[in-house]
Design a binder for this molecule. Structure first.
Ligand code: CP
Length: 309
C-alpha cells in the first residue's frame, strides 16, 4: 500500500489502513535500532529541520535520532535561540527555512492548527510534533505500537485515558487512532478538565469516576496536567487531584491483572501517578519512549514517499 499524504498533521486525517501501515513500518524499523551500527541509508540526501516552539525532551530527541538513523541531515532549531525572539512570524520563519531547501519540517507549536496554516504556505512536508491542545500524532502512534507489543492487537481493547483531557493533544490523537483501530476508549478526569462535547471526537465513553474508566481496562493511560495551557487553576491542589485522579498501587488493581500502565511523559510523580506505579511491573513508560524512535522513523520515511535507497 502506498502512503499518499505529504504531511502528517493529525491522526484524524488518516484512515485505518494508513495508521496500520505506519505501525507496521515502525515494527520493521525497530530492527535498525537494535543493531550495533544504528544506521541505514534510506533517507540519504534528505534534509529535516526540527523546529520546536515549545519544550521537549522525548519528541525532539527521537525525531532527531530517527532522522540520523535513516541517514538524513537533521538540523534542530530551538526558538529560544532563534529570530522568533526578535518578533519574526511563524510564516516568515518557515519561508526562510524553506529557502534552504529542507524536505521535511518537524514542528511543535503552542497554537492548535498552526501546522495546517503552514502546510498551505510552504511546499515541503510538515510533521506535527504537537500543536497546542489539538494533536500529537507521533505520540498516538507510539502509544498504539506499545499496546500492540503487549497484546498483539488493538481491536477489542479497553483503554482508559485519565486526567487533563481538555488540554491533552495526546488524548486527542489516541482517541482518533484507537477508535479507528477498534479499541474502546473510556475517559475520566475532573469536570473542569473534561472538554464539553468530547464525545464528538470519536466513539468514546465519558466516565463520572476514575474507577468506572479503569475497571477491567487492558490499558490505563495517565495524562500530564497541562498547567501551561490551563490559564487558570482547574483543581483545588495537587493532593486533591491525586486523591481522585492519581494512579496508585491500590486503584491500579481495578484494571485487569495484566493491564499495562502508560504515560506520555513528562510525569508529575506523586500527582498523576505514584512512583510505585511509574517504576512498577505494569509500567510500559520507557517502552513507549523506545518505540518513539521507530515510529518517527516510519513517519519520516512515509512522508518522503517511502523511497528506499
Ligand atoms: N511525550 C512528549 O511529547 O514528551 P516531550 O514533551 O518531552 O517531547
Amino acid at each position: 500500500m502506498e502512503f499518499k499524504h505529504k504531511h502528517i498533521i493529525a491522526l484524524r486525517d488518516l484512515n485505518k489502513a494508513e495508521i496500520e501501515l505506519l505501525l507496521s513500518t515502525a515494527e520493521n524499523m525497530r530492527e535498525v535500532n537494535s543493531r550495533d551500527i544504528k544506521k541505514v541509508p534510506t533517507l540519504r540526501g534528505k534534509t529535516i529541520i526540527n523546529l520546536f516552539y515549545e519544550a521537549s525532551t522525548r519528541t525532539r530527541t527521537s525525531f532527531e535520532l530517527a532522522g540520523k538513523r535513516l541517514s538524513a541531515d537533521t538540523v534542530n532549531i530551538s526558538t529560544s535561540t532563534s529570530s522568533s525572539t526578535k518578533g519574526e512570524t511563524l510564516s516568515d520563519t518557515a519561508l526562510n527555512l524553506l529557502a534552504m531547501k529542507p524536505d521535511i519540517i518537524v514542528m511543535r507549536h503552542s497554537v492548535s492548527g498552526s501546522h495546517y496554516y503552514l502546510a498551505n504556505k510552504i511546499n515541503c512536508s510538515i510533521i506535527n510534533a504537537g500543536d497546542g491542545a489539538h494533536e500529537h500524532p507521533s505520540q498516538g502512534l507510539l502509544d498504539m505500537l506499545t499496546m500492540k507489543d503487549k497484546f498483539g492487537r488493538l481491536d477489542g481493547l479497553k483503554v482508559a485515558i485519565v486526567g487533563d483531557i481538555a488540554h491533552s493533544r495526546v488524548a486527542r490523537s489516541n482517541i482518533q487512532g484507537l477508535t479507528k483501530l477498534g479499541s474502546s476508549v473510556y475517559l475520566a478526569g475532573p469536570p473542569t478538565m473534561m472538554p464539553p462535547g468530547v464525545e464528538r471526537l470519536g466513539n468514546v465513553t465519558v466516565c463520572a469516576t476514575m474507577k468506572e474508566a479503569i475497571q477491567d481496562a487492558d490499558v490505563v493511560m495517565m495524562l500530564r496536567i497541562q498547567q501551561e495551557r490551563q490559564g487558570k487553576t482547574l483543581m483545588p491542589n495537587a493532593r486533591e487531584y491525586s486523591r481522585y485522579f492519581g494512579l496508585n498501587p491500590e486503584n491500579v488493581k481495578w484494571a485487569k491483572p495484566n493491564a499495562m500502565v502508560m504515560h506520555p511523559g513528562p510525569i508529575n510523580r506523586g500527582v498523576e501517578m505514584s512512583s510505585f506505579v511509574v517504576d512498577g511491573d505494569q509500567s510500559w513508560i520507557l517502552k513507549q519512549v523506545e518505540n518513539g524512535v521507530a515510529v518517527r522513523m516510519s513517519m519520516l520515511y512515509h512522508v518522503c514517499g517511502g523511497e528506499l535507497e
